[in-house]
Design a protein around this ligand. Structure first.
Ligand SMILES: O=C(CO)[C@H](O)[C@H](O)COP(=O)(O)O
Length: 151
């Protein structure tokens, strides 16, 4: 599976920690930056292209990392077709796939030790979408709204 990843400066170190782990685990990684550490960079610059790449690449998943993960999740969710969750424990990481068919995980690098963040990411990537009717109906309503309101 292809995994698109992006971070701002606050997620820079965690992104560098996670990329080799993803590769070791057999994922094909597409890195959307930030390419250099710049404490004044802005998360939409990296997170929007990352989410766009996920939507344009069916079957892939995305990871956006910042200090809290909040802005990164918001940025990703501006992209039509993106369903980004903010995972803060293993349950929210798994439920994002099972119930929401999320295609992007947001992680707050300042909220977790690197090992814990990796566990959240791994859980997200390894958990399948349940495809249960009630969840599909809710996701369909989101898509329907997007189709009506977004180009
Ligand atoms: O998490 C984030 C957005 O939600 C950013 O990473 C965070 O706001 C960056 O903070 P600072 O500019 O103080 O390093």
């Amino acid at each position: 599976m292809r995994v698109h990843i992006a971070s701002d400066h606050a997620g820079f170190e965690l992104r560098e920690y996670v990329i080799p782990k993803l590769k070791e685990a057999g994922y094909e990684v597409v890195d959307h930056g930030a390419t250099t550490y710049d404490s004044l960079d802005h998360y939409p610059t990296m997170c929007i292209p990352c989410a766009e790449a996920v939507v344009a690449d069916p079957g892939s998943l995305g990871i956006v990392i910042g200090g809290s993960g909040n802005g990164e999740q918001i940025a990703a969710n501006k992209v039509k077709g993106a369903r980004a969750i903010l995972a803060w424990n293993q349950d929210t990481a798994a439920l994002g796939r099972e119930h929401n068919n999320a295609n992007v995980i947001g992680i707050g690098a300042r909220q977790h030790a690197p090992e814990e963040a990796w566990t959240l990411i791994k859980t997200f990537l390894e958990t399948p979408w349940s495809e249960e009717d009630r969840h599909q109906a809710r996701v369909d309503l989101l898509t329907e709204y997007e189709d009506k309101t977004k180009k």
